[in-house]
Design a binder for this molecule. Structure first.
Ligand code: AHR
Length: 330
């Protein structure tokens, strides 16, 4: 094996995330790994990583639904790195899977690899996160949430909550992964709504990479650098949960001294809402597996599918969280 090939192989096996390039799907599949013959449809899925409770639930939904649908799933975890996702997609092209699906870690930089998939006649489905390419022929459909709407909902909750506040409302923002669709769109949706009243001021805004650890670390820095914080807007629950630890560590009461609004609706965040540590949660639904498998079957059969399929979502106040908690699967 040449040095170059050895490096590439190491990249695939190790770099792509303990690159679980394994078939995790149906045992009823053809087992050939090829989508070109008879038997099960082979689906190569390039996941973002395992950064949050939302992502864990999303991965489980995809793996479980592939199994029930009899789809042979080849799954990779990119550890939040675009280069790992690109390597995984290239390996799926080499393996001649029938369909490729992925949740792009960031919005830009996909055209080259998606053109390679198109040339190989492998249809691509985007799920959860979108890309910003103007070339809409590079993928068949996009299944996922409207992240701008989610940011708007967070902003609307905030403007209502502080409608009668006389002075400035100082907000700190924990952004998701830099360059990702949910970080860009949730920031925009929230910013557009609060812009209607100049008393709402984002006094600090930084990425917490959608993880609990980073959310805690960045909130600790905010608490040191800002003399007055009224509200934390977290682009996801995991960062909010990490921030709660930081707020408590600083001797303040989350949900009271600093109000918190976040996005996702994972079990731990709904529990924190019930406990009064979070004040509002905007839902982002991770259970995309069944709809994804349906789309995979359709595109692999050459059927037309809608260009955009939006996920249905709700919001949680404390009462709604209490009701939802016992049945929450993730
Ligand atoms: O793309 C969806 C976002 O990614 C979720 O809100 C977040 O928790 C995840 O990491």
């Amino acid at each position: 094996m040449s040095m170059l090939n050895r490096k590439w192989a190491a990249g695939v096996v190790v770099g792509v995330g303990a690159l679980l390039l394994s078939a995790c799907g149906s045992s009823s599949g053809s087992g050939s790994g090829s989508g070109s013959g008879g038997g099960a449809i082979s689906l190569g899925f390039a996941q973002v990583g395992a950064e949050s409770g939302w992502r864990t639930a999303n991965t489980k939904s995809i793996q479980d639904s592939a199994k029930s649908a009899g789809i042979e799933l080849k799954f990779s975890d990119a550890q939040q790195k675009q280069e790992n996702q690109i390597k995984a997609i290239r390996s799926y092209i080499q393996q001649k899977v029938k369909v490729i699906a992925f949740s792009p870690v960031v919005e830009s930089g996909w055209d080259t690899v998606l053109k390679e998939a198109k040339t190989a006649n492998i249809p691509v489905v985007l799920t959860d996160r979108a890309i910003d390419s103007p070339d809409k022929t590079l993928y068949k459909t996009f299944l996922g949430s409207d992240f701008v709407k989610e940011g708007q909902k967070a902003g609307q909750w905030l403007t209502k909550e502080y409608a009668s506040a006389p002075g400035d409302v100082n907000i700190v923002e924990l952004q998701g992964t830099t360059g990702s669709a949910p970080a860009n769109d949730r920031k925009k949706g929230f910013g557009d709504v609060i812009a209607a009243d100049p008393k709402f001021k984002i006094v600090a805004s930084q990425t917490g990479d959608f993880t609990r650890a980073k959310g805690k670390e960045v909130m600790e820095a905010f608490l040191k650098s800002q003399s007055k914080i009224d509200v934390l807007y977290a682009h996801n629950d995991d960062m909010a949960l990490g921030a709660i630890e930081a707020i408590e560590g600083a001797g303040k009461v989350p949900g009271k001294d600093i109000k918190i609004v976040s996005v996702d609706g994972v079990h731990d965040a709904l529990q924190a809402l019930v406990d009064g540590k979070i004040n509002h949660v905007v839902e982002c639904n991770p259970l995309l597996g069944p709809q994804l498998m349906d789309l995979v079957k359709k595109v692999s059969a050459g059927q037309d599918v809608p260009a955009r399929i939006e996920t249905t979502e709700t919001e949680f106040d404390q009462a709604a969280a209490k009701t939802a908690l016992p049945q929450r699967q993730y």
